[in-house]
Design a protein around this ligand. Sequence first.
Ligand SMILES: CC(C)(COP(=O)(O)OP(=O)(O)OC[C@H]1O[C@@H](n2cnc3c(N)ncnc32)[C@H](O)[C@@H]1OP(=O)(O)O)[C@@H](O)C(=O)NCCC(=O)NCCS
Length: 208
Amino acid sequence: MSTAASSGGPSYNSAPAAALALNTPRLLLRAFETSDAHAVAQLCNDKLIYETTLAIPFPYAQADAIGWISTHASTAAQGAGFSWAITLAKTGELLGAIGLHISRLRQTAELGYWLGVPHWGQGFTTEAARAVIAHALTPRPDGVGLVRVHADHLVINPASGRVLEKVGMTFIGETPSAAVKHGQPVDTRLYAVTGDQWLKQQAARQTT
Ligand SMILES: CC(C)(COP(=O)(O)OP(=O)(O)OC[C@H]1O[C@@H](n2cnc3c(N)ncnc32)[C@H](O)[C@@H]1OP(=O)(O)O)[C@@H](O)C(=O)NCCC(=O)NCCS
């Protein structure tokens, strides 16, 4: 399945004001707007999402969504990261979120995502993650691009690990006590893909 993202546009170093829109076969990934806050709150106010994430509170109110969305423009303007709304291309329905937290010093990024529970198990996060990784790692005309995208997940969240495997990331290792959840230390599993690995995977896909 081809999920190549739209190419072109400004590079990450030129600090666009918002996430660039990315198209996949079923999805449109676009910048969040304040008007998404109600839908974000409805999807995030679910204990199943809270249980496997660290930064999403529960209960989750519309004010939380407004506050979160309000940070996106300055984060993007600093080149420190981008958040995309995962929406259905056909209907515009908001399904979830995906984002990159960028280290400009290292030219790497951490990938993060959540999807509303009613939409789980249909490959949407995998499809969105492929597009975002392609966008991050595809070499650009000015030679500026990220060299690596990584992500980690709590060990109690194998579905996230499966997403990372499906998008072609390599399992790096398990990190003991990498965070605290419910007041207890929790272990995480780290995955990564380099730009070179990604390009080789794309070339292999094109020849099969
Ligand atoms: C993790 C999450 C984003 C996955 O979204 P999704 O759209 O359902 O993911 P996909 O459908 O693309 O792929 C899920 C894969 O995990 C598999 N999976 C689901 N539950 C699983 C489990 N308990 N153990 C192992 N694999 C599991 C699915 O079968 C599927 O793999 P397959 O295609 O090989 O069958 C979603 O569950 C979520 O939002 N969880 C809450 C927030 C969160 O955990 N975010 C990530 C933080 S690291």
